[in-house]
Design a binder for this molecule. Structure first.
Ligand code: ADP
Ligand code: MG
Length: 232
């Protein structure tokens, strides 16, 4: 469960997001959709507790910056960063150790196989392409079996096989009750994946729609109806 209330973030004097509120229940995929610069990354980074902001965020009922919240959420940033001298496998092990979780070789193998990283498992962080870093970052978020998973533009830079696997995994996690938040500016990336959608424009929420309210409309129709423009 993810509850965001009146989130406002200023960079210097400029408001990047303004009074953003939304709720995503357990077992649902929420999408934040908006054009470039609309405040998607700022929203997700604030929820992850990486920025100063005003407003309230609770993750599974815990204040987002509490240790209880940190134990249960996974975050895949828009721009993955690696430890240059850790291997792919070591990134995953490091994450498990940081969370005080046991090293589960079977789970590690499964993720490495799924994202086609098995033959790259001994490559160092600074030897990886952007797409591989993205995959490692996704593996690190998944290995902790989060209750809330946030992915900032996760499909960018991924190959078609990895996109397919990620979508499959998102739906499996959803069915296990995990709360998922995905940001994207590309409508087609989340077609068939979303339960609720938050539409952002210029840092403000233009509306939130549940799949049940969509009345058979596709995402594109909803998006243009709400934003009233055609420039995305
Ligand atoms: P999105 O992820 O939807 O593309 P962002 O959250 O990255 O949007 O950006 C929202 C607004 O905040 C944009 O106008 C952007 O220029 C501004 N912004 C983002 N990061 C910074 C920063 N570190 N310093 C100043 N302005 C920023
Ligand atoms: Mg962004």
């Amino acid at each position: 469960m993810l509850d965001v209330k009146r989130l406002t973030k200023k960079y210097n004097k400029v408001k990047a997001i303004d009074d953003v509120s939304f709720f995503i229940p357990d077992g649902q995929v929420g999408v934040i959709m908006g054009p470039n610069g609309s405040g998607k990354s700022t929203t997700i980074k604030s929820i992850a507790g990486l920025l100063r902001y005003t407003g309230e965020v609770s993750i599974q009922g815990f204040e987002n910056r509490s240790i209880e919240a940190k134990k249960v959420f996974g975050y895949v940033p828009e721009l993955p960063t690696m430890f240059p001298l850790l291997t792919v496998r070591e990134h995953i092990i490091y994450t498990l150790k940081a969370y005080g979780l046991p090293i589960d070789e079977e789970k590690i193998e499964y993720l490495l196989d799924t994202f086609e990283l098995k033959d790259k498992e001994n490559k160092l962080g600074d030897e990886l392409s952007k797409g591989m870093m993205q995959k490692v970052s996704i593996c690190c978020a998944l290995i902790i079996e989060p209750k809330v998973l946030m992915l900032d533009e996760p499909m960018i830079g991924l190959d078609p096989k990895a996109i397919r696997e990620l979508k499959k995994m998102i739906l499996e996690l959803r069915d296990k009750g995990v709360t998922i938040l995905i940001s994207t500016h590309m409508l087609e990336m989340v077609e068939g994946l979303w339960d609720t959608i938050v539409i952002l424009k210029n840092g403000k929420v233009m509306g939130q729609f549940d799949k049940d309210m969509a009345e058979g409309k596709n995402l594109e129709e909803i998006f243009f109806k709400v934003t009233g423009d055609e420039d995305v």
